[in-house]
Design a protein around this ligand. Structure first.
Ligand SMILES: Cc1cc2nc3c(=O)[nH]c(=O)nc-3n(C[C@H](O)[C@H](O)[C@H](O)COP(=O)(O)OP(=O)(O)OC[C@H]3O[C@@H](n4cnc5c(N)ncnc54)[C@H](O)[C@@H]3O)c2cc1C
Length: 216
């Protein structure tokens, strides 16, 4: 299969100012998947100061070879769609802080894990060029799966026994000023367009919340 070459230009992050603890942001968005990117776009159109903190750009979308149910595209590669999300978000004046020390390997698949008494290395293959790469590592965290990544808010928010963040139909979590959207929540059907819609909803609910209290 011929995959298009998609380069995610994150160079502007190098010149992005460090997030200041003195500044109060109207909205801080955590994540870089469709829910967060959509929340960023809706939020930026409504609120003067926004910050986005994420470990990557694209979330699960980057892991999807062919997407055939995204409105507006008959078929699109996940990395291409992630790059489009990213290009759209960076047009706005949003303070973006991405995970540091993280090496992103797009279009790679895990071939095997090597080690004698414990893990020593992971072998990955470049899906495009077919070359294997050996990366020394002592542990591995396998992220893809259906387990919601809600560990960081476990003590803060009501979760279901499966770990999903409980939200109402306006993406409110039950904790004032804290909203959640996308796959990590109780919203049914874990799909891109749904996560993006939920992200938009969360940003608009956050805006209403700030307006009602005359914060903006
Ligand atoms: C292999 C595969 C194929 C799929 N195919 C399709 C498809 O064809 N069509 C479709 O509609 N859907 C598909 N999906 C589902 C779709 O990708 C998800 O529903 C969608 O990406 C959910 O978006 P999200 O923003 O809620 O979460 P995610 O995409 O999971 O994004 C979560 C983001 O949050 C970040 N994050 C998490 N924790 C932290 C933290 N503590 N600090 C900072 N950042 C953090 C992550 O790095 C990531 O950027 C597929 C999923 C997979 C895995």
């Amino acid at each position: 299969m011929d995959l298009p070459e998609v380069i995610l230009d994150t160079s502007f992050l190098e010149t992005a100012p460090a997030m200041s603890s003195d500044q109060t942001y109207d909205l801080v968005i955590v994540g870089g998947g469709p829910a967060a990117m959509s929340a960023a776009i809706y939020g930026a159109r409504k609120m003067p100061s926004l910050a986005l903190i994420t470990r990557d750009f694209g979330g699960q979308v980057k892991e999807t070879p062919d997407i055939e149910n995204r409105l507006g595209f008959q078929t699109i590669q996940g990395t291409e769609l992630a790059a489009k999300f990213y290009d759209q978000v960076k047009q706005f004046d949003i303070h973006i802080t991405s995970g540091t020390g993280v090496t992103m390997l797009d279009y790679h698949r895990v071939v095997r894990i090597e080690g004698s008494t414990g893990m020593e290395a992971i072998i990955v293959a470049d899906r495009d060029r077919g070359q294997d790469k050996r990366l020394a590592a002592q542990s591995i965290f396998i992220e893809i799966g259906l387990l919601p990544n809600s560990e960081s808010v476990r003590d803060l928010l009501p979760l279901t026994p499966d770990g999903e963040i409980v939200i109402d139909c306006s993406c409110r979590t039950g904790v004032e000023g804290l909203f959640a959207a996308g796959d990590v929540t109780t919203v049914p059907h874990k799909q891109i367009i749904i996560a993006a819609g939920e992200g938009a909803k969360a940003a608009l609910t956050a805006y209403d919340y700030l307006m009602d209290r005359s914060f903006i």
